[in-house]
Design a protein around this ligand. Structure first.
Ligand SMILES: C[S@@+](CC[C@H](N)C(=O)[O-])C[C@H]1O[C@@H](n2cnc3c(N)ncnc32)[C@H](O)[C@@H]1O
Length: 268
């Protein structure tokens, strides 16, 4: 729901954000062109966007066990349509996930929070040789997501059912290293920091970690601020709806807030 707080945060970001011309570093320029503001057409993206449109009309009900922050009920009946409209990655987030996986040529990809499997579909569709492991706490949702992923003919994705506290460490151990992680599960301070700490031993200099909804709550913003300031993070990029951290010490040591120059033409 959009309320005054949300508008205030979005406006604050808008006023303080940088356009791509802020950093002349080639890595950042490439990311802007290939990931954040890539407007080229990709068949795989169109296919998943069409799938989302179908899901938004699907009125089948699921008994959902929610473990996430902000969930007031332990078990709740919800339609697939309502998940597709409110919890699943939308078109822009999907593009960012797909383009990151493609641009980095990420092979070992981890997602925390599968939901209907749309985020996993974007991550997996970038490269059929990659391996995506996606973790989901609600058993019914994991089952539905498996069917959705199968119907989309995506074969390089494994959906692992169970709470992160039970599945995350052993999944990381089986992956050995993580090229790209998308943290989109429980949007609370403690879980975000805890899950980040669990994956940390499996990260290396070329890993990239994407945090969803970094302004969703005070706890999320606090976790994001701590993570981006931590000693192992070299570069952080805040695109408001997501925050991304990089670890390679050859990258510029910066905390960037990025906005499209189309939204701020007077700042180019
Ligand atoms: C925002 S949705 C994920 C959306 C998905 N990543 C996408 O891109 O479409 C968050 C999901 O995380 C799951 N979740 C939240 N906390 C969890 C936990 N502690 N363990 C396992 N799953 C959890 C919820 O059941 C929910 O389906």
């Amino acid at each position: 729901m959009i309320n005054f707080q949300t508008l205030r945060k979005a406006f604050g970001f808008y006023l303080s954000a940088d356009t791509p011309s802020k950093s002349q570093h080639s890595f950042i320029q490439e990311l802007c062109k290939e990931v954040f503001f890539n407007k080229r057409n990709y068949y795989a993206l169109d296919k998943i966007d069409t799938l989302r449109d179908h899901l938004k009309r699907n009125t089948s009900k699921i008994q959902h066990q929610d473990f996430g922050a902000g969930s007031h009920y332990k078990t709740k009946e919800k339609t697939i349509a309502s998940f597709a409209k409110t919890s699943a990655s939308d078109k822009y987030k999907g593009q960012v996930l797909f383009h990151f996986a493609r641009h980095l040529n990420a092979q070992h990809i981890l997602e925390l929070g599968t939901n209907l499997g749309l985020g996993a579909a974007y991550l997996a569709s970038a490269n059929s040789n990659s391996n995506v492991k996606s973790l989901e706490g609600c058993p019914n949702l994991s089952e539905v997501a498996r069917k959705i992923i199968k119907s989309a003919k995506i074969i390089n994705t494994e959906i692992i059912a169970g709470q992160f506290s039970d599945t995350l460490r052993r999944t990381c151990q089986s992956m050995k290293k993580i090229d790209l992680a998308f943290i989109d599960g429980d949007h609370s301070y403690d879980s975000t920091i805890g899950n980040y700490k669990t994956i940390q031993p499996f990260l290396y200099k070329n890993s990239v970690v994407i945090f969803d909804d970094i302004y969703w709550s005070e706890g999320m913003t606090k976790a994001w601020n701590e993570i981006k300031e931590s000693k192992e993070v070299v570069l952080s990029i805040d695109i408001y709806r997501m925050g991304i951290v990089f670890f390679d010490d050859k990258l510029p040591d910066e905390n960037l807030k990025l906005i499209s120059s189309k939204l701020t033409p007077w700042r180019i």
